[in-house]
Design a protein around this ligand. Structure first.
Ligand code: CU
Length: 171
């Protein structure tokens, strides 16, 4: 605990140092630093993707996205290392049937969150170039309409591991 506190104060101290220098040397780096600060406030947590079942052409992934900024952001694309294609899907009710369809743009509201979960939004992975192995992590990249991207780790899990109440029928 003490060690954590010490580390945080060290980091913020050096941050002050940088800001101080900028005030004196007159360079305009403020906007760049601000952009970095914003992307740090977009957080992906609990990202998981199921390993492909035998003969399956697709698999589903879930995560929670927190937007701690004062502006809404729009996700336009997702990528997972080693997969040829990743889509964002939602479930809709149509004639008493549950169907899923691709989402081109997904808005995460200001100071809000979007949860990807069974029966709701999910990532759909296709075309594995490198087989997904349970227990490993891959790089997940989310692309936003403002040009920002957020990289995160996504964990490969087994069907029975994580989603016992899952009733998700794929393609
Ligand atoms: Cu789907």
């Amino acid at each position: 605990m003490l060690r954590t506190v010490a580390l945080i104060s060290l980091v913020s101290f050096s941050g002050y140092g940088i800001a101080h220098n900028h005030q004196h040397d007159g360079h305009q780096h403020g906007a760049h630093q601000h952009a970095q600060h914003n992307s740090a406030s977009l957080q992906v947590s609990n990202a998981k993707i199921r390993a492909f079942l035998p003969a399956a052409k697709s698999t589903a992934g879930y995560m929670t996205i927190n937007n701690g900024t004062k502006e809404s952001v729009t996700i336009v694309k997702a990528k997972i290392e080693g997969l040829g294609r990743v889509e964002i899907h939602e479930h809709i009710h149509s004639n008493g049937m549950m169907k899923m369809q691709p989402v081109k743009k997904l808005v995460v509201p200001a100071n809000g969150q979007v949860e990807f979960k069974p029966g709701g939004y999910h990532l759909m992975g296709f075309e594995p170039k490198v087989k997904l192995k349970v227990g490993e992590t891959r790089k997940l990249t989310l692309y936003f309409s403002n040009g920002e991207k957020v990289e995160n780790e996504i964990k490969v899990v087994s069907l029975k591991d994580a989603f016992s109440s899952e009733s998700h029928h794929h393609h």
